[in-house]
Design a protein around this ligand. Structure first.
Ligand SMILES: [Zn+2]
Length: 417
């Protein structure tokens, strides 16, 4: 029974997924200082009371700059190309204040749903310039009390076909962007875009995150070129690809072969179930393919896979409350994952995206920041199944939000049985 007289805070009886019995978690100077079944100390207590505690959800792919656009545009039945065009038309009018306000709305939802780390994509091109990027940089500073934000700048409407875009990407990288994104399928020369982005990534020593293979035709894939370039540049472990809906259309043997290739090359894969479900297969009238790649199978081959939000309340995805637990639950529904895989689904929004983002200090372990989210559930399986509400969250040991449980107001009497 460890005794610690210099703790600032102690969490009592936390159920930590993977541990056999509830633990006390001691916090000192914003970091986890001790984990034990019973810590003796007189520090202020947070009574977790046998509920699940996770180190915060990790959002590995979201677009804060184009969130919350519903009501500004006509968009009801379109697919991917229509969604890109709808946002492109609006983007010219984005102001820094506008992007900041919409991004803040999503960040605040995400914080209250238990997200503690986030990678956001931001569009940079001659139409929007660096206005969205500037707004997101301000959000990164202003919400650092609850969320670590990583900024991925990318050319949504193409790079080689859009003069001026590369200079803006370089300007953003010199001014605080954390990594580079890509979107080869909108480029006039997809292979040249990939090569250019790898060259820039090496020049600026940043990771890469591509939107890739976002259709249902498995007869060709940009994935092959990404793996080739990753190996050629020695960028394994630093490259992610998102959507990759083509992989939902291949037979198990082909999927396994591609899984080995991804694992060997060190290329991670993110599925974005809300957008993938909403946009893909629009041309099919019935027996519609769902376009969600079964990443729980790729994980077994050693591929670093994640589930993420992508878009919130815009033409790409007119849904969203920024809850990653909801997204993991949605994935489980679509991928037909039962309770034996619920922990894996939870990993897809916690430990796996932490690996994809190369977060060296993530997890409930001594020395790491005390980022702790209490869920209204007693097991990880229950949390995933019920999309348990986060009841409180701590960032570096400081309370960042509280959500008191609903209190029913029924009649006084209750039947005695
Ligand atoms: Zn995206």
């Amino acid at each position: 029974m460890p005794t610690d007289s210099v703790l600032d805070l102690v969490f009592r009886q936390a159920v930590i997924p993977g541990q056999s019995q509830p633990q006390d978690i001691g916090v000192r100077a914003g970091r986890i200082a001790a984990i034990a079944p019973r810590i003796t100390c007189d520090a202020p207590e947070v009574v977790v009371g046998g509920r699940v505690v996770v180190p915060g959800f990790v959002e590995s792919h979201i677009h804060l700059d184009k969130a919350c656009l519903l009501g500004r545009c006509e968009h009801s039945r379109g697919g991917l190309a229509e969604a890109i065009a709808a946002v492109a038309a609006m983007k010219r009018d984005f102001t820094e204040a506008d992007v900041y306000e919409r991004g803040a709305r999503v960040i605040e939802k995400a914080i209250a749903k238990g997200t503690t780390r986030m990678r956001t994509h931001v569009e940079v091109d001659p139409r929007v310039g660096l206005r969205s990027f500037s707004a997101i940089k301000a959000l990164k500073v202003d919400y650092a009390w609850a969320l670590d934000l990583s900024i991925c700048v990318f050319p949504q409407e193409g790079l080689t076909n859009d003069p001026g875009t590369e200079a803006l990407l370089v300007a953003a990288l010199r001014d605080g962007a954390d990594l580079l994104g890509g979107c080869p399928y909108t480029d006039a020369d997809p292979t040249a875009q990939m090569a250019r982005l790898f060259a820039l990534a090496r020049e600026f020593d940043v990771d890469l995150d591509f939107h890739l293979d976002f259709d249902l035709d498995p007869s060709w894939m940009h994935l092959d070129e990404i793996c080739r370039q990753t190996e050629r540049h020695g960028w394994g472990g630093r490259v992610a690809i998102g959507h990759v809906t083509k992989l939902s259309m291949v037979e198990p043997a082909t999927l396994a072969a591609i899984g080995s290739r991804l694992a060997r090359s060190g290329v991670g894969l993110t599925v974005l179930p809300a957008t993938d479900l909403y946009l893909t297969g629009r041309e099919v009238t019935h027996a519609r393919p769902r376009g969600v790649t079964p990443v729980h199978l790729l994980i077994e081959q050693g591929v670093v896979c994640t589930v993420a939000t992508n878009n919130v309340l815009n033409p790409f995805t007119p849904f969203g409350d920024a809850s990653l637990l909801r997204m993991a639950n949605l994935y489980a529904n679509v991928a037909q994952c039962g309770p034996d895989r619920f922990q894996t689904c939870l990993d897809l929004v916690t430990s796996l995206p932490a690996r994809l983002l190369r977060l060296g200090d993530y997890g409930i372990a001594p020395g790491n920041p005390a980022d702790l989210i209490i869920l209204d559930a007693t097991t990880a399986v229950e949390a995933l199944a019920e999309i348990a509400e986060p009841v409180a969250g701590y960032k570096r040991g400081r309370l960042s939000f509280e959500r008191p449980p609903a209190r029913l107001n029924g009649p006084e009497t209750r039947r005695a049985l």
